[in-house]
Design a protein around this ligand. Structure first.
Ligand code: ARG
Length: 590
């Protein structure tokens, strides 16, 4: 379906052309004086300069040309040259009826379904999933869902960090604690057990301990570096340990992502790209893209137009070791080979922006990736505590994601139990859904690149711009529809015919709803789930106002009542679709 705003613009563009002006002046925007009109066109002001005419004269000509159109209830030229537009109630109702019957409420799938790889999540194995990884996963999941809704082929890759010093640290610490393990016996040639010699909780404790210890013990750090080197160069025992670490971590990560309603199509990891490195380096050297700088192998990516300092992209350190860059470039080679993507979007902490800039430039300059592949860095800001500093536990440590989710769910549970009697089981299940909505909406309602403050009390509130408020609105609609069905008894419910309305609150509600396809497309184009949050928040506000001003169930005019039922049925569908695109769902009651 066409966007409502574009349909209005088309009529005005034609009018501009008919009067001898360029059509582009017929662009329409939402009114910035909703008390006066619904939409406005400022084109006459812009055209005036070129055509050397008073803007208001142009505006009047346009208004005169469309005055018989059944689109406009009121259209007028206003000094100094605005065109104020109000649609007829029938025009709006028609549009909503068409939405009700269209596929995906009139939000069409793309005719050019490109393949997009989303690189999100990015946890590091053997380190507990912490809130720092929350944002990437939550934002990435939503972008994946939005892109799929529009018909794109999306491949979500978790891109595990499994290839750095952290592995050597864990191995070194294990060796210190359990030197007798067969993995450390160089003469051992037999099979290794399938059973890991540690649990996930041990593993989670081992890494921070090793990391801390290495900071004050250089010889220990050296040993860890050596262990990393041995692992990367085929030491059997270390490879077996690494496998255990990987398996245990992935099982745990999947469990955690499941709780967040987040899933990945691919569980690829940094180590998978290693096989592509030797050929890639040979290619870069052969084609003279590299040079040696202080012993390191680098590719220059500076451009004349740069206003800031752009460092070269380092491929090999002076000791021959590969870097994060090397892995990311090799991952591009791997992705090109396996999926031939049209675009790759990275959803990573914005502090890595410059890093990605250099890697992107390097990939393009050296033609590791085709010119046509669109690379996007979607950098997100930090989730801060109320003190404005990165979110921490009460003790000042890094908050584990699992604990964060648990504390939100507990808080919501208490809130639900405060107000009503419900079985423990039902309250827990509702708290799970509401808690997830609180957490995800709290995050997604902010523009991704901005930092935000995690404020539990605000996030779980049933009022204001929060996830629970949106759910509350959906639950309210569900309960009205249930009551209506009960009262209507066996009578068939005639849904789908929304009647024109002259009730201002209802008209505003309808206009909010009408923006669906525009909002979804925009949020895709701009990688901006927060636009969907804004949209459903506006609808929820408009709906609740309408609900308080009009008694739906007690309405005696049955035609009107049925129209309202059709309208709120549409709204329910749209709100539920939107929260699904954001990655959470509504309970039946709360
Ligand atoms: N593991 C990395 C981190 O914790 C994030 C990975 C982001 N993705 C990528 N292709 N570099 O910082």
């Amino acid at each position: 379906m066409k966007k409502l705003i574009d349909m209005i613009a088309e009529e005005l563009m034609q009018a501009f052309e008919k009067n001898g002006y360029e059509g582009k002046y017929g662009m329409v925007t939402l009114s910035n004086r909703p008390d006066l009109c619904q939409y406005q066109c400022n084109g006459a002001l812009a055209a005036a300069k070129l055509y050397k005419k008073a803007p208001v004269m142009i505006a009047s000509e346009i208004v005169e040309s469309v005055k018989d159109s059944r689109t406009f209830d009121k259209i007028e030229a206003i000094m100094p040259g605005f065109i104020n537009i109000t649609l007829t109630p029938a025009y709006i109702a028609d549009y909503l009826n068409e939405m009700s019957h269209a596929d995906q409420y009139g939000c069409e799938k793309t005719k050019n379904p490109k393949t997009i790889i989303l690189d999100y999540g990015g946890p590091n194995i053997a380190k507990p999933l912490h809130v720092g990884h929350l944002r990437s996963a939550v934002i990435g999941e939503s972008i994946k869902r939005i892109s799929r809704y529009l018909g794109y082929k999306v491949i979500g890759d978790v891109h595990l960090g499994d290839w750095g010093l952290q592995m050597g640290l864990i191995i070194t610490e294990l060796k210190k604690r359990k030197p007798d393990l067969v993995y450390f016996d160089e003469n051992y040639t037999g099979e290794y057990s399938r059973e890991a010699p540690f649990t996930i909780s041990e593993l989670e404790e081992i890494y921070p301990a090793a990391n801390e210890y290495s900071k004050t013990h250089p010889e220990y750090k050296e040993e860890a570096k050596n262990a990393t080197y041995l692992l990367q160069n085929g030491n059997r025992g270390y490879a077996a340990l690494w496998n255990h670490i990987l398996n245990i971590s992935v099982t745990d990560l999947k469990k955690n992502y499941d709780k967040l309603n987040i899933s990945f199509d691919l569980w690829k990891k940094e180590s998978d790209a290693q096989a592509y490195i030797p050929d890639m380096i040979a290619y870069l050297k052969e084609n003279n893209y590299t040079r040696i700088s202080e012993g390191a192998l680098v590719v220059d990516v500076k451009e004349d137009t740069d206003t800031k300092e752009i460092p070269p992209c380092m491929i090999l350190k002076s000791d021959g070791a590969t870097l994060y860059n090397t892995t990311d470039l090799a991952t591009m080679v791997e992705r090109r080979k396996l999926f031939d993507p049209d675009a790759i979007t990275y959803i990573v902490d914005k502090r890595q922006e410059l890093y990605f800039e250099t890697v992107f430039r390097c990939a393009k300059k050296t033609k590791l990736l085709d010119e046509k592949v669109r690379l996007t860095f979607l950098g997100f800001g930090t989730m801060n505590g109320k003190d404005g500093k990165p979110f921490k536990t009460r003790e000042g440590g890094v908050m584990r994601l699992e604990d964060l989710i648990q504390s939100i769910n507990d808080a919501v549970y208490d809130k639900i139990m405060e107000n009503r009697q419900m079985s423990e089981e039902e309250a827990r299940s509702i708290a799970g859904k509401v808690g997830l909505a609180a957490l995800k909406y709290g995050d997604l309602s902010n523009q991704a690149s901005k930092d935000y403050i995690f404020d539990m009390d605000r996030f779980i509130s049933f009022e204001g711009n929060t996830g629970p408020y949106i759910l509350y609105t959906i639950v309210r609609i569900k309960s009205i529809l249930m009551k209506y069905r009960e009262l209507a008894g066996k009578e068939p419910i005639n849904t789908g015919r929304i009647l024109p309305s002259d009730i201002p609150g209802e008209v505003s509600l309808m206009l909010e709803v009408s923006k669906f396809n525009e909002v979804i497309e925009f949020s895709f184009k701009e990688n901006a789930p927060h636009k969907i949050c804004q949209y459903i928040y506006d609808i929820a506000n408009a709906f609740n106002r309408f609900y308080h001003e009009n008694k739906i169930i007690a309405q005696e005019d049955k035609l009107k009542q049925q129209s309202w039922i059709s309208l709120i049925t549409l709204i329910q569908g749209i709100l539920e679709t939107c929260i699904d695109l954001l990655g959470f769902e509504a309970p039946d009651r709360m």
